[in-house]
Write a protein that binds this ligand. Structure first.
Ligand code: NBP
Length: 473
């Protein structure tokens, strides 16, 4: 008998995805460039379900029922193109290639168009949740044609995480939509992690709490509106003691954050789309700053404020509110970016559905996402989550504490780029007038770039070098 689906690329992600499929009763063909991985998978986990191992691409393709569903789980970039070129000539019209790697959505758009010409469906699919998610139920964000989703959707929904019985998998939209949404998901993840890191830093250095005490604070927060996977693991990490030294684990880890690039892609794409995702950008830059060891060494003795560490009563509660409000801003910005991408590329993405499929399986899974889903259900066209009734009220109520936290951070010289940029974004949106009017005046002065007026239509230019009269441009 034939396999319902096949997975090629059996490193941690592909291997666990194949096992997840097999465990759900779907006969799965497995293949890897280096055959040893295929053999190891079948030897170690062969009793979990029906695996059909293949040594060659030809065997692999021949073992799939039609239309063929072929999942690629290899290193993103050139390896993906190499694997597509290896398999596409062996496929027939109507067959589907699913790329579950972390591809850039522009690559996915290119590949989809090229394969469509050859009569094949190409389904760029975001998969989140790491190796554990791949095995036990990830959040799955498939792009590609609606037709391909009819054949793939039931299988993907079957192996996805479930929340309240709803699978964390939905057809996101055509061509690169799935990978775009996965990219923004990762960008939001960066922002969320940065805000949590700032919360820790403030509790430690403004309130003077120990890592173990801060772990307890996070555990308490995890029973409230901040309940999420990231808060939960933060408590675990903070409570951990280094076996070799007996010191808190966070004190023995080098403070230079690394990144694989999806956060950077999110910001680069946001710049192209003209969407202000300042929270995500600050998170990417914060990792970048941390990694500049030489720069930091050179600047270590720059003067700071003359304040001592002191305990501030009620400070932990203030930080909780700052974290919540800043998190709402980060998600509002991320969803704005998805909305802008959807419009730019004609994807027609249902924003509420994105919040729904992120509730389980992925790294940013959180109670909070139910609120975002509800906000888009109430008004699918809301320009920003910040104006949703629930979020407007919650952020409004948190703002005094949020401002105190940003002030405290500035006074004590503790960097809080995430908190402060989120607050600046909130205040920018609220502002009746922005100093952009002055910026326009400067641009008109030095470059005759013209400006518009508040009281009349048209473009105008002031003769700055002459009698300063105004002319219509
Ligand atoms: P890796 O990203 O480490 O890739 C290793 C796999 O790619 C191996 O199966 C390797 O085959 C294969 N491969 C390479 Br490299 N070059 C190839 C080529 N030219 N032809 C054929 N096969 C080639 O694996 P991973 O960590 O399992 O991730 C797989 C994908 O999933 C990536 O795109 C990743 O970004 C994405 N992803 C990963 C995570 C995660 O938590 N790790 C989460 C979400 C998404 P070999 O065995 O013969 O060397």
């Amino acid at each position: 008998s034939k396999a319902r689906i096949g997975v090629t690329g059996l490193a941690v992600m592909g291997r666990n995805l194949a096992r997840n499929l097999a465990r759900h009763g779907h006969p799965v063909a497995v293949h890897n460039r280096t055959a040893a991985r295929t053999k190891a998978l079948v030897e170690e986990f062969g009793d979990e379900g029906t695996f059909i191992p293949a040594e060659t691409p030809e065997q692999f393709v021949a073992s799939l029922e039609r239309p063929r569903r072929l999942v690629i789980m290899v290193k993103a970039g050139a390896p993906t193109d190499a694997v597509i070129e290896e398999f596409a000539p062996l496929l027939e019209p109507g067959d589907m290639i699913v790329d579950g790697g972390n591809a850039h959505f522009a690559d996915t758009r290119r590949r989809e168009a090229a394969l469509r010409e050859r009569g094949l469906h190409f389904v760029g699919t975001g998969i989140s949740g790491g190796e554990e998610g791949a095995l036990h139920g990830p959040s799955i964000m498939p792009g590609g044609s609606a037709e391909s989703y009819e054949a793939l959707g039931p299988l993907l929904e079957d192996i996805a995480a479930k929340v309240d019985g709803t699978p964390c998998c939905v057809h996101v939209g055509p061509d690169g939509a799935g990978h775009f949404v996965k990219m923004v998901h990762n960008g939001i993840e960066y922002a969320d992690m940065q805000l949590i890191a700032e919360s820790y830093d403030l509790l430690r250095h403004a309130a003077g709490l120990s890592p173990a005490e801060i772990a307890e604070v996070f555990r308490t927060w995890n029973t409230g509106r901040l309940e999420s996977y990231l808060i939960e693991i933060t408590a675990e990490v903070l409570a951990h003691t280094d076996a070799a030294t007996g010191r808190p684990f966070v004190d023995v880890v080098l403070d230079q954050a690394e990144q694989k690039g999806t956060g950077r892609w999110t910001v680069q794409t946001a710049l192209d789309l003209g969407v202000p995702v300042s929270g995500i950008a600050e998170a990417v830059f914060a990792r970048s700053v941390s990694g500049h060891a030489g720069l930091r060494r050179a600047a270590r003795n720059l003067p700071g404020p003359k304040n001592d560490v002191r305990y501030l009563s009620g400070f932990a509660d203030d930080v909780e509110q700052a974290l919540y409000a800043s998190k709402v801003v980060a998600y509002a910005q991320g969803f704005h970016q998805i909305q802008a991408g959807s419009e730019e590329y004609g994807w027609n993405i249902d924003l509420g559905q994105m919040a729904t499929i992120w509730r389980g399986g992925c790294i940013i899974r959180a109670r909070f996402l139910d609120r975002i889903r509800a906000a888009y259900e109430a008004d699918p066209r809301t320009p920003t989550l910040l104006t949703d009734d629930h979020f407007a009220e919650a952020v409004g109520a948190a703002q005094d504490a949020w401002r105190r936290v940003v002030t405290t951070a500035a006074q004590l010289g503790i960097p809080a780029p995430g908190f402060s940029s989120a607050l600046a974004y909130y205040d920018s949106l609220r502002a009746e007038r922005l100093p952009a009017a002055l910026t326009q005046g400067q641009r008109d002065f030095f470059g005759a770039h013209t400006y518009r007026r508040v009281d009349r239509d048209g473009s105008f230019h002031t003769l700055w070098g002459g009698d300063r009269s105004e002319v219509e441009a």
